[in-house]
Design a protein. Structure first.
Length: 279
């Protein structure tokens, strides 16, 4: 693990692959860590890419103060790319990391080569779905629970890694060894506060007036996701975020749920590399 120094703070990171190679940035979700990409990192490096997988703001040993508004978290990613002397990168995000990845593509498209989102719709699509679809509102109840003070942090610190295993369709994908870093990273309410702050920042300071995205996009989706409706991938829904004529590639993973890169790692890695090609 390396501490990456940036203009916006220091981020505990996995950095692998040759300097100067095309950069892939892997953004973890909630309540996860950069080790959630442990299956994909070696394959990307073998394909010739340089890989950056940070623990994002508020997680583990990374910077914890500052703004948690999603647009500011996107600025963190741009600062990381700058710190590695790269002009552009493939931005990959799962869950909340996907929300940040979409936001980077919306507001900083000149820094994005291509975008890959795993089980995360564009934020504007999710917001509309929650506002208009009672079923999705019910699935997203926890987002409102996380607006409360103190209680969410206590819940996470006492129940981890329960949310990871309980939120998965393929629960056998998790082992005691793979879960140990999460137990350590969320050991106290203070450790969990940064992760919860992502929800507080997103609801209280939403990124508005996002330009539509014209970049190439791959969406990988575990079909058995218990938190997010598959209907958000319809062309009508995605049109809220994408420029006219921008049709993303969509790969559905039937026997996986929300934590798709852990539940079906071989399928996810293959989908990413088939779409990206060698560096």
């Amino acid at each position: 693990m390396t501490l990456l120094h940036t203009s916006r703070g220091d981020f505990e990171s996995i950095i692998e692959g040759p300097e100067g190679a095309p950069l892939v940035v892997l953004l973890h979700g909630f309540p996860e860590l950069n080790v959630s990409w442990r299956h994909q990192i070696p394959a990307l490096v073998d394909a010739g890419y340089r890989v950056l997988a940070p623990n994002q703001r508020g997680y583990s040993g990374s910077v914890r103060d500052g703004s948690y508004a999603t647009k500011d978290l996107a600025k963190d990613v741009v600062a990381m790319v700058d710190a590695l002397d790269a002009q552009r990168a493939v931005i990959v995000g799962h869950d909340w990391g996907g929300g940040v990845a979409w936001t980077v593509a919306h507001f900083f498209p000149e820094r994005v080569d291509r975008l890959i989102a795993l089980n995360c719709p564009p934020p504007v699509v999710l917001a509309h779905e929650i506002a208009t679809n009672p079923a999705q509102l019910l699935k997203s109840w926890y987002m409102f629970f996380f607006q409360l003070p103190v209680l969410p942090e206590r819940f996470l610190s006492t129940h981890m890694p329960g949310p990871l295993v309980g939120g998965s369709y393929n629960r056998k994908a998790w082992t005691a060894e793979s879960l140990a870093p999460y137990e350590a990273a969320f050991a106290t309410p203070a450790d969990a506060k940064g992760a919860v702050n992502w929800y507080r920042g997103a609801l209280r300071h939403p990124a508005r007036n996002a330009p539509k995205i014209s970049l190439p996009i791959l969406i990988i989706w575990g079909v058995q996701d218990q938190f997010l409706s598959l209907g958000m991938l319809s062309p009508q829904s995605l049109r809220r975020a994408l420029a006219f004529g921008n049709e993303p590639t969509v790969v559905l993973v039937e026997e996986a749920g929300h934590f798709v890169q852990n539940e079906a790692p071989e399928q996810v890695t293959a989908a990413m590399l088939n779409w990206l090609g060698p560096a």
